[in-house]
Design a protein around this ligand. Structure first.
Ligand SMILES: [Fe+2]
Ligand SMILES: [Fe+2]
Length: 284
């Protein structure tokens, strides 16, 4: 696919009013304990994860010679940095509400992450980013496509933040992938790294969610409710059919742009940031 000048990802300077949410209203996704813990955990992992994505691209950035790809890298870095900043503000609120997510972004965890990255070859680190970007693109596409997901009641400003993040994930979904290819990343490395991450997806998702719920005294007192809500979450529109979509990445020759999200992007760019966009007043 030819990338035109109009399709560079561009960072938007934006601020969400996450502090307006009443911290006593803990289960902000439809009053659902499990769903709320799941979203809080996801948000908790974004800032350190996105910083690692940025570092992986910067490690090889001096080898990128194509001027267009360089501009796309700048847009990618700017968008991910902004996501980290706003998710950190949301995460402070979530910690206030009682979610045990602080450790994910702690200095100790950052040190562990940096030490791991230093042991990884640059192309493996970048392949992890490209694979993770496929996860975020698949989730973003689901969130922005599904009326069933969009109609889940939740704190509106948290929804705004998630929709903005989802939109930008689609805008830059192929940047890390194209950098990986441009600096000599092979199909064997790309697919091998994804295979390892794919194998860890279910145990990590279930495990971290279980720990998060176990640390919530209210959830511990309501095991039947937790079981019912967990069943609904994993049978629901976020997870239904998710693994086969993630697995598409492992096909030889796969490229993120093979999944056409152009019309979806155009719709949401207008919805959020067009002339009457609902988030125009959030831009700084
Ligand atoms: Fe992001
Ligand atoms: Fe991303």
């Amino acid at each position: 696919m030819t990338v035109t000048t109009s399709s560079y990802p561009k960072a938007r300077r934006i601020k969400f009013r996450v502090e307006q949410h009443d911290s006593r209203d803990k289960y902000f996704v439809d009053g659902d304990m499990v769903f709320s813990h799941f979203v809080a955990g996801l948000s908790g992992g974004f800032p350190p994860g996105e910083e690692s994505f940025i570092r992986s691209v910067r490690r090889v950035a001096d080898k990128v010679t194509d001027p267009l790809l360089k501009k796309r890298v700048t847009g990618f870095v700017g968008q991910e940095a902004m996501h980290g900043q706003e998710h950190r503000r949301l995460n402070d609120k979530l910690v206030d509400m009682g979610y045990p997510i602080e450790w994910l972004d702690s200095p100790e965890q950052q040190q562990r992450m940096l030490a791991l990255e230093q042991r990884l070859p640059a192309l493996v680190h970048l392949a992890m980013t490209a694979a993770a970007e496929h996860y975020t693109a698949v989730l973003a596409q689901r969130v922005l496509t599904s009326d069933e997901i969009q109609s889940i009641p939740a704190e509106p400003e948290f929804w705004n933040l998630l929709n903005w993040h989802a939109l930008e994930e689609l805008e830059h979904k192929s940047v890390a992938f194209d950098v990986f290819r441009a600096v000599g990343g092979t199909e064997a490395t790309r697919i091998g790294v994804m295979l390892a991450m794919f194998a860890l997806t279910v145990p990590l998702t279930y495990g971290s969610l279980a720990v998060s719920l176990w640390r919530d005294p209210q959830a511990r007192r309501r095991p039947l409710r937790v079981a019912r809500e967990a069943y609904s979450l994993f049978r629901g529109p976020i997870f239904r059919g998710l693994m086969p979509e993630l697995a598409k990445y492992m096909r030889p020759g796969f490229h993120p742009d093979h999944i056409d999200t152009e019309a979806l992007l155009a719709h949401w760019q207008d919805e959020l940031f067009g002339e009457n966009g609902v988030l125009v007043d959030h831009l700084k």
